[in-house]
Design a protein around this ligand. Structure first.
Ligand SMILES: *Cc1c(COP(=O)(O)O)cnc(C)c1O
Length: 378
């Protein structure tokens, strides 16, 4: 058995990514004027995700913020969001003066449960944030059937789901708007931070563009003049970031294949372990496996997921609990508690993500699986 002192880390930037960033700097066009690399990134992502518009912003959280604002979310509204996700799915609801309402997730996919969403709809519900968690596709058909009769917007948070498909269509075009993150740890990165809003709705795209740059836009009847039509933000992406994003996007398909290969390989090694339940891919979908999250099945005398994670980290395997605190249990959302999300609460005690990124070869995964098996019994 090979002994690794440390597993390769994610992300991995190539010389090509870095050269692209340097040429953007040398071009002396540092922010996104028309025709810049920012436009190029937007066009490339829109094409990749089969939507008509993409607007690049400074982070995935900024993307969720502007998507919700474009969908009309404002003070006093309610927005339904899964309890089992990253905080960035929910904080923007509070930025807008609206109230997050936490929905439960499904025990199989760990994505938001359409029945739970249905039970939480009120007259004040303005939007539902749907998270394709870990790269696993949420059931968009069931969710659409729940929201369509009541005219509530669906926003896909696909921060973890570049590469995920439903049928042969990439996610991002199943809701009214979708949000991508290009943060360092995500499927691809624009050099640390970045994001995009996707939509097929031209009016939403124009509103997101305007909000991204201080709410400014042309004044009707005064050619060449602009002013702030509404209070906006500075959520721009730089051309240096866009250049890295464009460069990384070229490797997306290949990297998703590697992630899927690594996930299948780990599952093959761990499927027989009684204490573990390996992740599943819903029928008719492509799971991008941004994270390989398995369930540590509780039982008498068994290690909990938290104990296993600690033991693995002491063996230099960066295992993570995903997510150990449902959103409605975190102090930031203390004013919004009260909902019951039994599945999300149970999963918070049971899910463990193992390293599976494309920088790992089969030898590394053999080592990870062997350490997991030892850590379970010691
Ligand atoms: C990473 C992430 C975000 C936020 O993206 P940032 O680029 O880090 O702001 C939002 N939602 C989910 C589900 C994420 O994983």
């Amino acid at each position: 058995m090979t002994n690794f002192t440390e597993l390769p880390r994610w992300p991995q930037l190539t010389d090509g990514d870095i050269d692209a960033a340097v040429s953007a700097l040398r071009s002396n066009r540092l922010v996104g004027a028309p025709g810049s690399l920012v436009d190029e990134l937007e066009a490339a992502i829109a094409q990749k995700q089969s939507v008509s518009r993409a607007v690049a912003v400074s982070s995935g959280t900024a993307a969720v913020h502007l998507a919700l604002q474009a969908a009309g979310v404002g003070p006093g509204d309610e927005v339904i969001v899964p309890a089992h996700t990253f905080v960035g799915s929910a904080s923007p609801i509070v930025y807008l003066g609206a109230r997050p309402v936490f929905a439960d997730v499904r025990p199989d996919t760990h994505c938001v449960d359409a029945d739970s969403v249905k039970s939480l709809l009120t007259e004040r519900t303005k939007a539902v944030v749907v998270v394709h968690i870990n790269g696993c596709a949420a059931d968009m058909a069931a969710l659409r059937a729940v929201v369509e009769p009541v005219g509530v917007a669906l926003v896909e948070d696909m921060a973890q789901a570049l590469g995920t498909k439903i049928g042969d269509r990439p996610v991002g075009g199943f809701g009214d708007l979708a949000c991508i993150s290009l943060f360092e740890q995500k499927v691809i990165t624009s050099g640390g931070e970045g994001g995009l809003v996707l939509t097929d709705n031209a009016a939403y795209a124009e509103r997101v563009k305007r909000l991204r740059t201080h709410g400014e836009g042309p004044i009707e009847g005064q050619p060449g003049m602009i002013w702030a039509h509404e209070v906006g933000y500075n959520y721009r992406l730089t051309t240096m970031q866009a250049a890295i994003g464009v460069s990384q996007l070229k490797r997306l398909d290949e990297q998703v294949e590697l992630r899927r290969h690594n996930a299948a390989y780990l599952s093959e090694l761990l499927a027989d372990v009684e204490e573990l339940e390996v992740p599943t891919e819903p029928e008719g979908t492509v799971h991008a496996y941004w994270k390989y999250a398995l369930r540590v099945v509780p039982g008498p005398g068994r290690r909990t997921a938290a104990e296993l994670a600690a033991e693995l980290r002491s063996r230099k395997i960066p295992a993570l609990l995903r997510y150990p605190y449902p959103l409605h249990r975190q102090p930031a959302f203390r004013d919004h508690r009260g909902e019951s999300c039994p599945v999300a609460e149970r999963l918070s005690q049971e899910l463990l993500a193992l390293p599976s990124h494309p920088g790992l070869a089969e030898g590394h995964l053999d080592h990870v699986a062997a350490q997991v098996k030892q850590a379970l019994v010691q």
